[in-house]
Ligand binder design. Sequence first.
Ligand SMILES: Cc1cc2nc3c(=O)[nH]c(=O)nc-3n(C[C@H](O)[C@H](O)[C@H](O)COP(=O)(O)OP(=O)(O)OC[C@H]3O[C@@H](n4cnc5c(N)ncnc54)[C@H](O)[C@@H]3O)c2cc1C
Length: 464
Amino acid sequence: MIARGTFGIVDAAIAERIAAIAGADNCSRARAERELHSVDQSMHPPSLPDIVVWARSAAQVSEIMRLANANRIPVTAWGVGTSIEGNPIPLHGGILLSFERMNEIVAIHDEDFQVTVQPGIGYKDLNETLARYGLFFPPDPGANATIGGMIANNAAGIRTVKYGATRDNVLALQIVLADGRIIRTGSRSVKQSSGYDLAHLITGSEGTLALVTEATLKLAPITQHNIAVQAVFDQVADAVDAVVAVRGSGLDPVALEFIDSHMAAMMNSSPNVSLAESPQLFMEFHAAHAETLERTMAFIREICQDLGATQVLATADNKERLALWYARHHVFESFQRLHPGQRAYLNDVAVPISAYPDLIACIDELRIESGLPAYLLGHAGDGNIHIIFPFDDEAEYRIVDAMNARVVEKAIELGGTATGEHGVGMGKVDFMAAEHGEALELMRQIKDVFDPRGILNPGKIFGA
Ligand SMILES: Cc1cc2nc3c(=O)[nH]c(=O)nc-3n(C[C@H](O)[C@H](O)[C@H](O)COP(=O)(O)OP(=O)(O)OC[C@H]3O[C@@H](n4cnc5c(N)ncnc54)[C@H](O)[C@@H]3O)c2cc1C
């Protein structure tokens, strides 16, 4: 066996053994295929795997892991590569194990509001099928991410304020350990108090502890009546007060999004979008009865106006509702319109809601100091914020990278976290010690128990 540093590599003999396990049609050492799987949607540099393998079953994954473990070959799992922190980049080469071809629905337990799936199914594809049962899987990261990738990153999204992140919607997992053992953890009971909660430890572990080969998930009923609300404020602090008041009202928003004046101006570059260029909230509420939503609409208007909203648009009209969300969902297109040819550095932090104004003040300071634009939007209902920094070249990249670091440090200082939903990947490694202190060493020890030879997605969460 040939070695790369302390890791083994996939030479011709190992490649042949992998092909014997997975089938020749499910393996590729072609440069083009390796390049396609060398980078995610982030600005982190690519790194080529030695081989791309498409898994078809847990039994195959188990055999591949046994072979990789014996030869200390790195194995990096791949959903569809939509991560934005370098999470699935195979930093140390080795086997890139794609789950795209394990994309079946195993069982729909509609009477229990649950589904069991293979990890490679896209959540949007899953929801298309579940709609026939009046059900859906609520976490919604935007791109058609796979369930395996969402579990590994503990992905979240606009609806997290009501339904929680992916972790809150995972009941049970089938996993394959680094040594090839196939384990089931969790159960189909929504209440579980039985021993260590391994299913939720695996969730958010970015493929560094085990590989997910099957997942049982919680579902929610699709409600018939929806309203969208846009509330515009002069001051960020007023918008934040409204976030707290709406959450405290018991009205249970499905979405509660903050958009700063710079972001509103950027969104206006999309066709047919004309937002007030001020801090504002986009909200959505669902209910089983139209009358409930009428009362909600009146109450929300009152709350926002009492807190100084200069404009409140509340609509049950589906066309108007979708038009409002169109602007929010097409942020990256508006970025490209406003900054043609430039790249986007995307920040992701989360703080307690009361700390939102302090965090935003810090970003305002950085904007003034650097003279560079920064656009803010956030899942304000759960304290998550994203900043988009445009950059042109290496010199600007270094400036926005330093701005990102200042924001992350500020979020941690305010009692928050370096990442609300994108995960640690490569981009947040340097902040782990500041955020977790001694707990980071305990995490390292847990990693050693699951993966003593360090072959699962090496270089992530803990760095080199
Ligand atoms: C335009 C855009 C918008 C986005 N918006 C959001 C958002 O609002 N919220 C959010 O949370 N994220 C968002 N993301 C990030 C991304 O979509 C999510 O992190 C998503 O969960 C990644 O899923 P994936 O299938 O692409 O996984 P990948 O990127 O392929 O992999 C993600 C991680 O999961 C691991 N992995 C994959 N499959 C398995 C498996 N079966 N077992 C173990 N580990 C596995 C990989 O090794 C990697 O560490 C966005 C991305 C884009 C491009």
